[in-house]
Design a protein around this ligand. Sequence first.
Ligand SMILES: [Zn+2]
Ligand SMILES: [Zn+2]
Length: 225
Amino acid sequence: MKITDILFPPKCLLCGKVTHGEYLCPDCERKYRDMCGERCRACGMTQSDCRCNRIRNTDTAVHVFEYESAISKRLIYSLKHKNSRRLREFLAKECKNALFSAITDIGGFSECVLTYVPRSKKSVNKYGFDQSKELCRMISRLAEIPALKMFAHDGGTQSQKSLTLEERFENAGKSYSALKNVNAPYKVIIIDDVTTTGSTLSACAGLARKMGAEYVAALTVAATL
Ligand SMILES: [Zn+2]
Ligand SMILES: [Zn+2]
């Protein structure tokens, strides 16, 4: 046991119970795995194999779990609000596993980069970090796929929540732009924490294509179907 484990014992990310170093206690681990193993109501596949969440401008979309259960909402809330390296580590591993099990038909990950949907400056100032950027960095290291910053979030701080679906698409299109002098390789995987309507990811996927990508995939921790 490390001295830091005595001073700061590792705790379950969901219930806070002290663990032997695991991210989740046995009870929460079981609940979490049950949630990930749930079948998609539309296609009957497990969550990481489900491709129902078709996001415009992408070839495929991969997610770890559905954004419905209390557990999933708690994890995403913490990811957005708590600057927890341990939580990101756990979710980055889950994302990497989902990515490798789902995307097997593109001839490997050469000529490929991971990128992310940037958080608004206002939110970065408020919370002190960009969760998707940090997640992207970690997945990049675990998956050994290079990371590349491709997009800027230009204002557009209006919350998407109050908008209709079409307004969301329009708003998302105006909020993001391609970074100048950045060229996309052949394949681009765009990371975000959660997707609901897909409007943000489809805006960024459209930009990635304009920047030269031929294959564009979305990888999110959670998704609504
Ligand atoms: Zn627990
Ligand atoms: Zn499905």
